[in-house]
Design a protein. Structure first.
Length: 307
């Protein structure tokens, strides 16, 4: 498996970093107990870090106050046991710069900048936006380059330009197939630690492509942490076992990754069953679970529990 870069004293920036879900109570507010339980499960699973406030966290449905609360709760409950990556969401440079400072104050180890949700945003505008937010940052930074999900992103030339401008820009969060990620790894010539998302789809090939790690959902993080450890052993036997485990979870990953709405609806419920939580309360707009969908999710959860 190719060597991948690590970055800075806060590293190593590699491995499995599950993106935490936001659970809501019957009153519609954030559920602190559910957050704490999933953090403890992730830590016990042997992952290399945690992430919060990304697409899986339904960050676009959260108020600024709720985002700050989730950040503070996560940092408090994690208590420095693992590195913490925080996604920074906001439609203005000022909003992202402010939250970036809040992430640093909370003890985040690195931050992932999302492009603003502007209909008219161009690639050049996105590059200028990221560059402005990065100016003066003391945290190691990534950008979330996911045009398929967010509608805008950076091409390879813009990524290289941003890296030249800012020493803080040392990681990249992608959301694409392994073939695309491999091109990114090759084009950036080892200057960025590249993580992929997509809930861990193509995990073995992502690592072969040179990914530093993957940011999946928490529901499969224990198996994905085992796959990562086996792949990094560098032995034929370890790689074969990693492939076997990946084949076991692939049906579940395929099921929940049909859309972000499907992930929020069914991935979150699979995790809730693992954690022994009660009813999952969705925040609008959302996909409502069907009887058939719940039966599928139950079957996948039971298969996962046997691994």
């Amino acid at each position: 498996m190719p060597e991948v870069p690590t970055a800075g004293a806060r590293g190593p920036f590699r491995g499995i970093y599950p993106m935490l879900y936001a659970f809501f109570g019957p009153d519609g507010g954030l559920d602190r107990v559910a957050l704490r339980r999933q953090i403890e499960q992730c830590v016990a699973a042997g992952v290399q870090g945690l992430a919060v406030l990304g697409l899986a966290t339904e960050v676009d449905k959260l108020s600024l106050d709720e985002r700050q609360r989730l950040l503070d709760w996560t940092a408090e409950d994690l208590d420095g046991r693992l590195p913490l990556a925080v996604t920074v969401f906001g439609d203005s440079v000022e909003a992202q710069a402010d939250f970036l400072r809040a992430a640093e104050a909370a003890g985040a180890d690195w931050a992932i900048l999302q492009p603003p949700r502007r209909a008219a945003m161009t690639e050049a505008g996105c590059l200028a936006f990221f560059s402005s937010v990065m100016a003066g940052s003391r945290l190691p930074l990534a950008i979330q380059n996911a045009p398929e999900y967010l509608g805008v992103g950076l091409g390879i030339e813009s990524i290289v330009t941003l890296r030249r401008r800012h020493d803080a820009f040392v990681l990249l969060k992608g959301e694409g197939p392994a073939l695309t990620i491999r091109k990114v790894v090759e084009s950036t010539e080892g200057r960025l630690a590249v993580f992929n998302g997509r809930n861990g789809l193509e995990l073995p090939d992502n690592l072969r492509a040179g990914c530093a790690g993957v940011i999946p959902g928490p529901e499969t993080c224990a198996v994905q942490a085992r796959i990562y450890a086996l792949m990094t052993e560098g032995t034929p036997g370890g790689e074969a076992e990693a492939e076997r485990l990946y084949r076991e979870i692939l049906p579940l990953l395929t099921f929940v990754m049909q859309s972000l709405e499907t992930l929020h609806c069914y991935g979150k419920r699979i995790l809730a069953w693992q954690l022994g939580l009660g009813e999952v309360h969705d925040r609008a707009p959302h996909l409502s679970p069907s009887d058939f969908g719940l039966a599928c999710a139950r079957r996948h959860a039971e298969a996962l529990a046997r691994l």
